[in-house]
Design a protein around this ligand. Structure first.
Ligand code: PMT
Length: 210
């Protein structure tokens, strides 16, 4: 009989505010992460989805926690993870945030040409006691960078995503990815719907945890 797992999944972008009306972010729509949540729930697993600001409906049977910033996502993930759970990090988390967020809208005359940034916490690297699956959105040296992140973040697998490719990466309904393992093994998948990619990821997690 298949083991019932607890999946914690991050999805979407984060927003890092400069003032109440301006922020730093990226083009992630959450489609990839919501697809993983949907596939895991359909396979009978317990699913907690920590979502950045996206315009998507919660898949049936999924517990959703909405967040805005990387620090909020970090706190929500730390609250959600349980010993032995599967953590799948699809979110495009902002690596930096403005050192300060103004309390009111800055007038053009008050704005500096330079914004001082500070690093956000690395959620995936910080999580312990779980099977960790990462994603790597890259524009060059895709497999080399993915392998480096797989080692540095102690992952069971990383999903390498060349975001320069048509029909792959941000915003599309399809994706073309390569599963990269810590022992150097690589499994390229053909281009398919994000839901189909998600199904393959869930099956891989089931194998890893069996
Ligand atoms: O949302 P969509 O529009 O469907 O697009 C999907 C996607 C392109 C966002 C997705 O397929 C993808 O590739 N996600 C990874 C995005 C990314 O930029 O990863 P990264 O290489 O910066 O980070 C590596 C890993 O560490 C990722 O699993 C990321 O979630 C995680 N991370 C990164 C920084 C940070 N502070 N905390 C993290 O947890």
């Amino acid at each position: 009989m298949k083991k019932r797992l607890h999946f914690v999944i991050t999805a979407g972008p984060t927003r890092e505010f400069i003032d109440p009306v301006r922020f730093l972010s990226n083009p992630s729509t959450g489609k990839m992460g919501f697809a993983v949540a949907c596939a895991a729930a359909r396979s009978g697993h317990d699913v907690t989805l920590v979502a950045g600001p996206v315009a998507l409906k919660t898949p049936r049977g999924v517990k959703r926690v909405d967040v805005v910033s990387a620090r909020e996502m970090f706190a929500a993930v730390m609250e959600a993870v349980t010993p032995g759970c599967v953590f799948v990090a699809t979110a495009a988390v902002a690596d930096w945030r403005p050192a300060e967020c103004a309390g009111k809208k800055l007038k053009k005359t008050e704005m500096s040409d330079v914004i001082k940034l500070v690093r956000n916490p690395d959620i995936l690297k910080s999580v312990g006691g779980c099977v960790k699956i990462g994603f790597a959105a890259e524009t060059n040296d895709v497999l080399k960078e993915a392998s480096r992140k797989c080692r540095e973040k102690s992952l069971a697998m990383i999903v390498a995503n060349d975001v320069t490719e048509k029909g792959a990466g941000f915003g599309s309904d399809t994706n073309r990815v390569v599963f990269v393992y810590p022992d150097g093994r690589k499994e390229p998948l053909k281009k398919m719907s994000k839901l189909a990619v998600a199904g393959r990821i869930v099956r891989e997690c089931e194998n890893i945890c069996s």
